[in-house]
Write a protein that binds this ligand. Sequence first.
Ligand SMILES: [Zn+2]
Length: 78
Amino acid sequence: MKTTVTKISCDVCKVEILTTPKTIKYPVIFHTDQTEGRYSKPYISIENIDICEDCANKILMLDGWGAQGLNEYKIRNN
Ligand SMILES: [Zn+2]
C-alpha cells in the first residue's frame, strides 16, 4: 500500500498549515515582472494564496454585510 501525504505551507510565512488550509484569491502588489523577475512598475495581480489562520487574520481586513448583491463594506479597525 502506498500512502501519499501532501503538506501545505502558508505562502506568506512559510509555516506548514496543520489545520484545513484556506486558499484565497487576494490582490498582491507585484514589483517584478512574471517573465524574468525583473523589477517593474508596481502592479496589482489577483493571486491564489494558501494562507494560515494567523496571516489571514492580518491581511483580511475588509468586512462585508448584505444580500443579493446589495452589500456594504467596511475596513476593519483593530
Ligand atoms: Zn502564514
